[in-house]
Design a protein around this ligand. Structure first.
Ligand SMILES: NC(=O)c1ccc[n+]([C@@H]2O[C@H](COP(=O)([O-])OP(=O)(O)OC[C@H]3O[C@@H](n4cnc5c(N)ncnc54)[C@H](OP(=O)(O)O)[C@@H]3O)[C@@H](O)[C@H]2O)c1
Length: 250
């Protein structure tokens, strides 16, 4: 019960990693506010979380600063202050370089980069000194990926934000870290199909995809006192995909 009387905000908390993180924080005693674009998905998530007065849901598009402003006012009205922010909302769009049109570019950048920047900036008046922020980047920032050019670049930007935010918020003792998940079983990768996912699994040294619950454990660690000397870090959670090689010389 590391988060009793703490308030946690999770953007994109209606499915996947965000939902698993919200659930883990609730289990450890926190009040949790989740947002996403679809109220229907949020209602389903709230039903799953079954936490009554300790959960707040709000339909918010993180690419709209006015939505974030309204969201934080709601959170503050209900829970007073905020202790932890998990800036997680994001979209993945598989598109070849030649097919990226302006609207697609603006949408991915608007949610994955602008959204993360303003999720943190707009939270600042409500964040307690000594709080923690975790950003969701991705292992794709370390790879050249022909179908994820814009997505991977937004995740490199998120990783960089973690360092600049950490420096900016040092005087308030607010730690800021990022995580870079590998391939995690969520709605986002569902459309890729079994065959492609099996091929991907074989490329991962641990031989399997990651689970949202495994990401949740890392986010809670980074948000907790156990990580009191870690800030500006970007932690790979990818089953060894980036750092290890399956190549055998013999
Ligand atoms: N799955 C992976 O393999 C993987 C790997 C590395 C990093 N990531 C990152 O992990 C994060 C979470 O993704 P996930 O895999 O858990 O996928 P997911 O299940 O699709 O979750 C995405 C969440 O973000 C919300 N969202 C999307 N656009 C939003 C917006 N404009 N405003 C507010 N909420 C928005 C979605 O709800 P609505 O659709 O209702 O808005 C949903 O709650 C993303 O940033 C993603 O890039 C995923």
């Amino acid at each position: 019960m590391r988060f009793v009387d703490k308030t946690v905000v999770v953007t994109g908390g209606s499915s996947g990693m965000g939902l698993a993180v919200a659930s883990a924080f609730l289990l450890e005693g926190a009040n949790v506010a989740i947002c996403g674009r679809s109220q229907e998905k949020l209602d389903r998530a709230a039903e799953t979380l079954n936490a009554d007065k300790r959960i707040l849901t709000a339909a918010v598009d993180v690419s709209q600063v006015s939505d974030l402003d309204r969201f934080y006012r709601q959170v503050s009205d209900r829970f007073d202050h905020i202790d932890v922010v998990f800036a997680n909302a994001g979209i993945g769009v598989l598109t070849g370089l030649g097919e990226v049109d302006e609207a697609t570019f603006d949408k991915i950048v608007g949610i994955n980069f602008k959204g993360v920047f303003f999720t943190v900036q707009q939270a600042l008046p409500y964040l307690t000194n000594g709080g923690a922020i975790v950003l969701n980047a991705s292992l794709t920032q370390h790879q050249g990926l022909s179908d994820l050019t814009v997505y991977a670049a937004t995740k490199a930007a998120v990783s960089q934000l973690a360092r600049s935010f950490a420096t900016s918020l040092m005087s308030r003792c607010i730690r800021v870290n990022a995580i870079s998940p590998g391939v995690i079983e969520t709605d986002m990768i569902e459309g890729m199909g079994d065959e492609k996912l099996q091929t991907l699994s074989r490329e991962i040294p641990m031989g399997r995809l990651g689970r949202s619950e495994e990401i949740a454990k890392v986010v809670l660690f980074l948000a907790s006192e156990e990580a009191s000397y870690i800030t500006g870090e970007d932690l790979l959670v990818d089953g060894g995909r980036i750092r290890l090689s399956l190549w055998q010389g013999a």
